[in-house]
Every structure is written in C-alpha cells, then in structure tokens.
Design a protein. Structure first.
Ligand SMILES: [Fe+2]
Length: 159
C-alpha cells in the first residue's frame, strides 16, 4: 500500500513515519517494563498496583498494534525486532525485581513523560503535513497517559 491511496504524498508521510517508528520502539520498552512491574510488585499496594499495571500494559499493547498498523497504512514497515527497539528507544529498560512499589510508579511516570514528549513532536509534524488521521490517533494515546499521570501522581501523594 502507498500513502497516495489515502490522499497523502510521500513527502508528507516521510517525516511522520520515522517518528512513529521511534514511538513504537519506545512503547515496546515501556510495555515490558509494565509487565515486570505487574509481576514483581510487592507490599501493601500489591492488589492495587498489580491490577493497575495490567490495565496499563493492556492499553500499551493495543497502542503498539495501532501504531504499527498506522505505519503500514502510511505505506512503510514498522520496526519489529527487539534489537531494533532497544537500539532505537530512548526509554531504558530497568530491573523490577526487588524494586520498591513507589519507585515502579515513578519509573512509569518517567516513561509517560518521555512518550508524551515524542507524541507532541509527532502531532506537530502531522499537523504541518496535513495527516489528520495520525494526529487524531496520537492525540488519543497522549490523553490516556496525561490522565494516568494525574492518577499515578495522586497515588504517590505528589502535587
Ligand atoms: Fe497477570
């Protein structure tokens, strides 16, 4: 499939697609971090956080699939190996075994901030290039993390 089929020129799509692949790579690292937090969380907040991390990784895996399929819709290939994800992502892996529950939440908040930052860049590029479909999709991803930033900060008693 070529972007022309949906009325977008290659020159409009090119600056957007590389950033979508960056976001995809970062999301995979974030996703696996959430799984680690879900598995390894301990303490009095176990039931709350175990469930919350599951909600977040379930959302992340759906986001990853939508992102990859948007890249294909735009006529390019999504990155699909872990080697590429680790190589491309700015978000770093962490060891969650033995990590204190609040430190886990702080790590997820830091990932959210990094992902939102990438998404704001993509929204700038998509509005400059007339790609409303990608803009709308990314905006929804961002709003989910904005709201969850508020909730996780409230959980940690942060202002
Ligand atoms: Fe589980």
């Amino acid at each position: 499939m070529k972007a022309e089929e949906i009325g977008l020129k290659d020159a409009q799509v090119r600056p957007v697609v590389d950033q979508l692949n960056d976001l995809l790579a970062n999301y995979h690292i974030h996703y696996q971090k959430l799984r680690g937090c879900h598995w390894n969380v301990k303490g009095k907040s176990f039931f709350t956080l175990h469930a919350k991390f599951e909600e977040l990784y379930t959302n992340a895996i759906a986001t990853i699939d939508e992102l990859a399929e948007r890249i294909l819709t735009l006529g390019k290939s999504p990155l699909s190996t872990y080697a590429e994800y680790i190589d491309t992502a700015e978000i770093e892996e962490i060891q969650t075994v033995g990590l204190q529950d609040i430190k886990m939440v702080e790590a997820i908040l830091a990932d959210f901030a990094a992902l939102i930052d990438i998404e704001r860049g993509i929204m700038e590029a998509t509005s400059e290039n007339g790609d409303d479909g990608t803009n709308d999709m990314i905006n929804k991803f961002m709003q989910f993390k904005e709201k969850n930033t508020w909730m996780l900060r409230a959980f940690c008693n942060m202002s």
